[in-house]
Design a protein around this ligand. Structure first.
Ligand SMILES: NC(=O)c1ccc[n+]([C@@H]2O[C@H](COP(=O)([O-])OP(=O)(O)OC[C@H]3O[C@@H](n4cnc5c(N)ncnc54)[C@H](O)[C@@H]3O)[C@@H](O)[C@H]2O)c1
Length: 390
């Protein structure tokens, strides 16, 4: 099946600002390129770095007006909120501990927020931000990017339709190899802050990778975690935070789960994978082959559904951009969650009513759940790997 996505419902272009994502940073540039894929919003302002020089250089390279480049996010929130042509939303792509103060600065001034995961480092902060957004009637997105994959939208629909029956067991893992070396001592900025509690928060591997797993499984299955037992390991010499973790879970309704996160797994690049087992069958997904969703129906031949070729549920299909065989990946997944979020903001701005599909992006409540999950894993591990309720 060759079918492009329909962009008919989006009119006009929104303006956005960015905090973080200066020259040399990783994810900010992914956000900018993913937003540009559909072109429903354009970058208008930024505080791209703690270094004003970096902000000026980055802003100039991106073609921004000098008066919309700010030395601090506080100044940016204040100045932007007063402009007649102010930004319609801000994107926060800084290390973790800056998420809370930055998001609060914009939400309290009436500016919608897109924030990287984890939403905050303390569950109380995440709850406060979610309440603030609700009070000020602002849409928040937390960029759990992987749920933007077409195959994940299909997985969620398929589970909801009962195609694999009642879920009994979940096995998910997210191994990487990059911190097997002491990258934090070898000039990697990304490794420096991820291994430093002052910028990463209470956890490294669970915060960085486990939060994606928690959100993914909850998005696909709709199940909520009831209790968990976690052991967080610090394998790299001198590490203060975990770089490997094993987690057992109990879900409401009785399903069991087992998660593994690792940054010391030699041979693995970004091997995020899950398997969900139900009473009628199972599904399996792997981020490094994200155009396929494997489905195993008990007693029948196994199948791999191919994005862009095989029939998908209509909502999932609507996110497919190009025919099968031309891989869609990380940028498209990010573009998909942005397309939905920006679509919802646009509709809201023009006074239209939002339907549930308009709100199919990772929201503030999911951000709160993620931070709670990280905190409970740390609590369980510190108590000696005991069961704790969520
Ligand atoms: N969703 C995903 O798949 C994904 C992937 C990577 C990173 N992330 C998240 O994105 C965030 C950033 O990660 P990264 O790898 O891009 O980090 P990075 O170190 O590459 O970039 C961080 C940027 O933030 C800037 N910064 C720091 N403090 C600032 C401040 N007070 N004001 C303005 N700018 C400031 C830095 O100068 C830098 O430009 C983290 O929260 C991380 O968890 C998410």
């Amino acid at each position: 099946m060759i079918e492009g996505s329909s962009d008919a419902k989006y009119t006009g272009k929104l303006r956005y600002g960015m905090v973080g994502g200066g020259t040399g940073a990783f994810i900010g540039d992914v956000h900018r390129k993913s937003i540009a894929l559909d072109g429903f919003a354009e970058l208008a302002a930024g505080c791209f770095s703690r270094s004003p020089e970096n902000t000026l250089t980055t802003g100039k390279a991106l073609g921004l007006a000098p008066e919309r480049l700010y030395s601090t996010f506080e100044e940016m929130a204040e100045e932007e909120s007063r402009r007649p042509d102010k930004i319609d939303f801000v994107v926060i792509v800084t290390p973790n501990t800056t998420h809370y103060p930055a998001a609060k600065a914009f939400l309290s001034r009436g500016i919608p927020v897109v924030c990287e995961k984890p939403f905050t480092v303390e569950a109380t902060e995440a709850r406060e931000l979610a309440e603030l957004a609700k009070k000020n009637d602002l849409l928040v997105m937390v960029t759990y990017v992987y749920t933007g994959n077409v195959t994940i939208k299909q997985a969620r629909a398929l589970v909801k339709q009962g195609e694999i029956g009642e879920i009994k067991f979940i096995n998910a893992e997210y191994p990487q190899e990059w911190l097997l070396a002491p990258a934090e001592k070898q000039g990697s900025k990304q490794a420096e802050w991820r291994t430093d509690p002052a910028m990463a928060g209470k956890s490294n591997s669970v915060g960085d990778l486990g939060s994606h797993i928690e959100n993914m499984i909850s998005y696909v299955t709709g199940l909520r975690i009831e209790s968990l037992l976690a052991r967080l390991d610090k394998i790299g010499p001198g590490r203060i935070l975990d770089d490997n973790a094993s987690i057992l879970l109990e879900y409401e309704g009785g399903a069991k789960g087992m998660f593994w996160t690792s940054q010391i797994a030699a041979g693995y690049d970004n091997a995020f994978r899950f398997r969900i087992f139900g009473t009628k069958g199972a599904i399996q997904w792997n981020e490094e082959a994200s155009n396929y969703l494997e489905i195993f129906r008990f007693g029948q031949p196994n199948a791999a559904l191919s994005r862009g070729k095989d029939p998908f549920y209509p909502h999932a299909q609507s996110f497919s951009r190009i025919p099968s065989g031309h891989p869609e990946g990380y940028f498209e997944a990010m573009a998909n969650i942005y397309k939905t979020y920006i679509g919802a903001l646009s509709k809201k701005k023009s006074g239209e009513t939002l339907n549930p599909e308009d709100l199919d992006f990772p929201n503030a409540e999911m951000g709160v759940d993620g931070v709670k999950f990280i905190g409970k894993c740390v609590e369980s591990s510190e108590k000696g790997a005991v069961w704790v309720t969520i």
